[in-house]
Design a protein. Structure first.
Ligand code: SF4
Length: 279
């Protein structure tokens, strides 16, 4: 991948695109720029009052854009329990400042017993904590989603891009709509998948999702060889990150499209220069 663009050029381009959309809402430290109100999880995130809880790194998808080193296996790696233990210890240390927990992976639905145990422990230590789950949606059937709902989890975020916007995952999004207060679709803005995303927006509007979260595509050692396009560097020294050039531009093109179509859900530009994660 070539890195010929500068961060200042990209930012100038984004500012110009933002100027063409009246009424945008700028949140917190501007890590989120949206067309309307945000879900509770995003609100908590803009206040930096959350913790990301990675249940494990096993995943049943293999996304070309995945910036994590995930693995595909029938059973979870035993060593992951030490990582969960460390996260629980971190939670207990920080719980006074936390309003919410983002349950991530790998694929969290492959870790339901572990998820139940960790969520129960955290709920006991801090009642009222807000939990949200990221999923690729492959296993989001009645049984798996029912476990999340019965645990008191209020929000599910679907990465439809993991299955290239498949019909089956869309059906699972609709199933979740009937079970959870907040249903979000959160995908990386990957220009290669733009048409697929645009193609299902009408259906997402019919289903009635609350928010479409578009993440700037983070480039790491794990995905740099699989991604198509050029990159750019953001920040310096230990704050240095790399992103796919054109990813954030796509976010504003999709935002514009949703506004023109008068879709009811909020579209959010999740600017990973200040922040970034993907299930
Ligand atoms: S992006 Fe998410 S769904 Fe895709 S491989 Fe990575 S962890 Fe799995």
């Amino acid at each position: 991948m070539e890195f010929n663009h500068t961060e200042s050029d990209v930012m100038e381009e984004i500012k110009q695109l933002q100027a063409t959309i009246p009424g945008l809402c700028y949140h917190g430290t501007h890590q989120a720029v949206s067309t309307g109100s945000l879900t509770p999880s995003c609100e908590i995130c803009t206040r930096m009052a959350y913790m990301s809880f990675q249940l494990g790194f096993r995943c049943n998808a293999k996304c070309p854009f995945c910036f994590l080193s995930t693995y595909n296996a029938d059973a979870p790696d035993e060593d992951e329990k030490y990582n969960r233990q460390a996260l629980l210890e971190e939670f207990h240390r920080r719980k006074d400042e936390l309003e919410g927990i983002a349950l991530t992976g790998g694929e969290p639905l492959l870790y339901l017993p572990e998820l139940e145990a960790c969520v129960s422990e955290m709920q006991k230590a801090k009642p009222g904590l807000y939990f949200w789950v990221y999923t690729n949606g492959i296993l989001a059937d009645d049984e798996h989603l029912g476990v999340l709902r019965d645990l008191g989890i209020k929000e599910v975020r679907f990465n439809l891009a993991a299955t290239n916007y498949s019909e089956k995952t869309l059906e699972n999004v609709e199933r979740a709509r009937g079970m959870f207060e907040q249903v979000v679709v959160e995908v990386p803005s990957y220009p290669k998948q733009k048409e697929k995303l645009i193609g299902c927006l009408g259906e997402l509007n019919r289903i009635g999702i609350d928010q479409l979260n578009l993440q700037e595509l983070l480039v790491t050692d794990a995905n740099v060889h699989r991604l198509e396009g050029e990159g750019y560097q953001s920040g310096l020294l230990f704050l240095k990150k790399f992103f796919l050039y054109g990813s954030r531009k796509m976010t504003y093109e999709v935002m514009r499209y949703c506004i023109d179509k008068k879709y009811s859900f909020t579209v959010n530009d999740c600017s990973a220069a200040r922040f970034g994660r993907m299930p």
